[in-house]
Design a protein around this ligand. Structure first.
Ligand code: FNR
Length: 387
């Protein structure tokens, strides 16, 4: 088996093993992909401050996210169609997260259902909600998440309308895939994926099929989702959802200090500074570049998490140094899953953990909670460049 030393290794194997349509689905940003690219290139602009001759024994990456203990401040982000990258993908990723001691977030648009994941795991997971027009569906799915023991609701605010990803249209993305000639030719080289898929009944949107009115089969599902995301989502509707849920609430997709203030005034438990991994507003700033401004605005009032662009433990350290209490990874764990299932997600977490731990030591820090602005060097104007 190949020696895995970094997330890039997992990405290469993922590309080889998963059908092109699903690899491309993960590895795309919207429109020109400027924001998708800058999520990574902006991390690369930040430099770390080396410190020597400090005791680096007894290091710890353990901390808390919304008062839940975590082995390291890295949760698995909600990713739609995870169970198409690899059979039973959500269950496998949730199990890897549980074993590692970090939270797993299940997407509304998952293949394995809430009930499926709850049955196959012990640790409570988090549920990510997309707000649909159909209030009955929303209320019912909130009840299902409660019943499954989910310990936080992650409410995504930046995808009420879909940013276009060119490749998804060109590839005819669907779950399960339609067997056109290009798809069949591609699948002929992805036999391992195909065999595993044949062995599972979970091949369409498990949270939706059989639960939403007018969705009996998957062929109507793509049009259902396009029509169903509620374009009227506003703070009043968010308040209604908070009331229905009644538990810990994390607002995902904040990329502006003014919106962050509103989230803090609203009294959410945490926000995720995120541009959806560059998949929505192309031309938006990278999440890491806007993070310090948001921390300055509300860091003393609300817990701040961030995602978008994290591919290493060094990136996690940079986000924490700029004021995030914690981070989420999307593609970094999806590459692992697409490459080698549950074992691959475990490897992705191990890679990031080790990088974080060693980099912390080289920065002269022993506790992840002590990381701060003093650990990084920013190029002139990194945060204030765009007014
Ligand atoms: C996502 N993301 C996402 N977010 C969400 O709230 N619900 C979802 O269903 C999805 N689906 C989804 C699919 C794929 C393929 C990707 C790559 C991302 C966004 C995700 O939660 C997270 O914000 C980003 O993935 C973070 O960026 P990185 O870590 O992928 O760079």
């Amino acid at each position: 088996m190949a020696v895995i030393t970094c997330i890039e290794d997992l990405k290469r194997i993922h590309k080889r093993r998963a059908p092109k349509m699903f690899y491309d689905y993960a590895e795309s940003g919207s429109y020109t992909e400027q924001t998708f690219r800058e999520n990574s290139s902006d991390f690369a602009q930040i430099r770390l401050r080396q410190k020597v001759a400090v005791d680096m024994s007894g290091r710890s990456t353990a901390t808390e996210m919304i008062s839940q203990k975590v082995t390291m401040p890295v949760a698995l982000a909600p990713v739609g169609l995870t169970g198409m990258q690899c059979a039973d993908g959500e269950i496998k990723a949730a199990r890897a997260a549980e074993a590692f001691g970090v939270p797993f977030t299940l997407s509304t648009m998952s293949i394995c259902s809430i009930e499926d994941v709850a049955t196959h795991t012990k640790a409570p997971f988090w549920f990510q909600l997309y707000v649909m027009r159909d209030e009955d569906f929303v209320d019912a799915i909130i009840e299902r998440a409660k019943k499954a023991g989910c310990s936080a609701l992650v409410l995504t605010l930046d995808l009420q309308i879909l940013g276009q990803r060119h490749k998804d249209l060109k590839n005819g993305l669907s779950a399960p895939p339609k067997f056109t000639l290009p798809v069949l030719l591609d699948l002929a080289t992805k036999w391992r994926w195909g065999l595993e898929m044949l062995g599972t009944p979970r091949r369409s949107f498990g949270n939706i099929v059989g639960h939403a009115k007018g969705v009996g089969d998957t062929s109507s599902l793509m049009s259902w989702t396009a029509e169903q995301f509620d374009p009227q989502l506003d703070w009043n509707k968010i308040a209604r959802i908070r009331e229905k849920w009644g538990g810990k609430l994390i607002l995902k997709g904040i990329l502006d200090a003014e919106d962050a203030r509103m989230a803090a005034d609203f009294g959410a438990d945490a926000i995720i500074v995120s541009n959806h991994g560059g998949r929505q507003l192309d031309g938006a700033l990278s999440a890491i570049r806007i993070l310090p401004e948001i921390v300055a605005a509300v860091g003393d009032r609300i817990e701040i998490h961030m995602d978008s662009g994290i591919r290493s433990g060094q990136d996690v350290l940079k986000a924490l140094a700029l004021g995030a209490k914690s981070t989420f990874i999307g593609r970094a764990f999806i590459y692992g899953l697409g490459a080698m299932g549950q074992e691959g997600v475990k490897r992705a977490l191990e890679v990031i953990h080790k990088e974080l731990d060693i980099t912390m030591a080289l920065c002269g820090e022993r506790d992840v909670k002590d990381l701060g602005r003093h650990n990084v060097l920013l190029p002139e104007g990194f945060t204030g460049q765009y007014k």
